[in-house]
Design a protein around this ligand. Structure first.
Ligand code: MN
Ligand code: MN
Length: 442
């Protein structure tokens, strides 16, 4: 679709909406009384306008006209442009009339990230150094060929993962020496708590590709604590003393990090689990989770959502929602009171508007491989603007998922009070579902 905005929206005026006095008879009477013979400041106050705004000259005849095909001279882009990028970002090139003010970008594409190529696969990352507002979370894409190993390593932050393609074997050891070894497939998740050492190895015919999310915006996949790197920077006589073996034992430790490298496939799963669990057993709460085996948290006509947090996955310190929106489906207007949201668009096309206090609103388009970021308590929606399903994930650096929806808020606030604000009529308000929809239409 070249343009996602319905034509009716394009011809909307962007001049401030007319301010009308409340239809409530008491306040109208009050306003009228004050209007008679009152100073302009009092009039402005009665109409709910700031004095400065009220004193601005009228801009009659200055209404902005927008056309669906952008043919007006005021809309033209006569110099060169990047047509392919513009087509992917129609809501930036032709913003909805409701967008206003500046707002830092909340989108970054993995397509723009530097790709580190290795014999066993590749990796690239989107961090706060790329997307300035993503202060609390960062993401990594990684490809491992069959047998390709992401070296044994750890890092300060926790690692949450979604398998996007193929399968892998993951290994980890917790602070009590208990192990986790399992094989994960497309759609599966894993969590490696901060400081817990782990590895990932591609399996099967063609290995895997996966997404990692870290609860640290400044995370750097290229600078983690690596087994080979550490041993190469430890005196051999210390290694010998540590394990009570001759120093020659470590003669073949690689002088440089392996990071991602190609090796033979692992031994059968049960055999490796038995070996690793000897003496200590396995971690009490599994580090992997299979969303395909859970009942969706919410299903509606517009799509479905699976919420996975510490309530149904005790090992995790990172909450997530996996959302599928059918064509035209809407992830309803909402916000998250407890944390920032990091998004990844797995497949399909959509748009999101983020509203920020002070009248700022910005709409951006998203598609496969895009990262989105919404700061805590900033309201937003996501609409499927394509003709196929839109699948995206919402990730939060907190153990428990929380949201407040516009509909939920209005449904549980006195209808008279809400109507006094938005003048929809109380009939509409009483009919809003008392239970949160999550996805529209229901
Ligand atoms: Mn890791
Ligand atoms: Mn959200």
């Amino acid at each position: 679709m070249p343009c996602n905005i319905p034509a009716a929206h394009n011809v909307h005026s962007v001049v401030p909406r007319r301010i009308t006095l409340s239809s409530d008879s008491e306040s109208s009477t009050l306003s009228r009384r004050k209007f008679l013979g009152a100073s302009s400041a009092v009039v402005a106050a009665a109409a709910g306008l700031g004095t400065a705004q009220a004193q601005q000259p009228k801009k009659s005849g200055e209404e902005l006209v927008r056309t669906p095909d952008h043919h007006l001279p005021s809309e033209a882009e006569p110099s060169g442009k990047n047509a392919r990028l513009d087509d992917q970002n129609t809501n930036s090139v032709w913003p909805p009339a409701t967008d206003a003010g500046g707002q830092p970008p909340f989108k970054y594409s993995f397509s723009l990230a530097h790709k580190r190529m290795e014999t066993g696969g590749w990796t690239r990352q989107v961090t706060v150094r790329d997307l300035a507002i993503s202060k609390k979370m960062a993401g990594v894409q990684m490809r491992l060929i069959s047998g390709g190993v992401r070296e044994l390593h750890w890092h300060v932050g926790a690692e949450w993962a979604l398998m996007l393609y193929g399968s892998a074997r993951i290994t980890a050891v917790d602070q009590e020496g208990r192990s986790h070894i399992s094989d994960v497939n497309k759609g599966d998740l894993w969590i490696f708590p901060g400081g817990i050492p782990h590895s990932i190895q591609g399996l099967g015919e063609d290995g895997c590709e996966f997404l990692l999310v870290f609860d640290d915006g400044n995370f750097n996949e290229f600078e983690t604590f690596l087994l080979t790197d550490w041993l190469a920077h430890t005196p051999p006589d210390i290694l010998a003393k540590n394990f009570n073996v001759p120093a020659e034992t470590f003669a073949k430790v690689p002088p440089r990090e392996l990071f991602i490298f190609a090796r033979d496939l692992p031994r059968p799963l049960a055999e490796e689990q038995k070996q690793a669990e000897a003496g200590t057993g396995r971690v009490p709460n599994s580090f992997d989770f299979r969303p395909g085996q859970m009942k969706p948290t919410k299903v509606s006509k517009g799509g479905e959502v699976r919420i996975i947090d510490k309530k149904n996955w005790p090992a995790t310190s990172i909450a997530a929602a996996i959302v599928t929106l059918k064509p035209g489906g809407l992830r309803e207007l909402h916000w998250h009171p407890n944390e920032d949201e990091w998004q990844y668009y797995v497949t399909g096309k959509g748009r999101m508007t983020v509203f920020s206090a002070g009248g700022h609103a910005r709409t951006m388009d998203f598609q496969e491989g895009d990262v989105g970021y919404i700061e805590r308590s900033m309201p937003h929606y996501i609409e499927n603007t394509g003709d196929a399903d839109l699948v995206f994930i919402e990730v939060f650096p907190t153990p428990f998922y929380e949201d407040v929806s516009l509909a939920e808020w209005l449904a549980h606030t006195p209808t008279r009070l809400v109507n006094q604000h938005i003048a929809t009529g109380e009939d509409f308000l009483t009919k809003i579902d008392k239970k949160e929809a999550v996805i529209a239409p229901q």
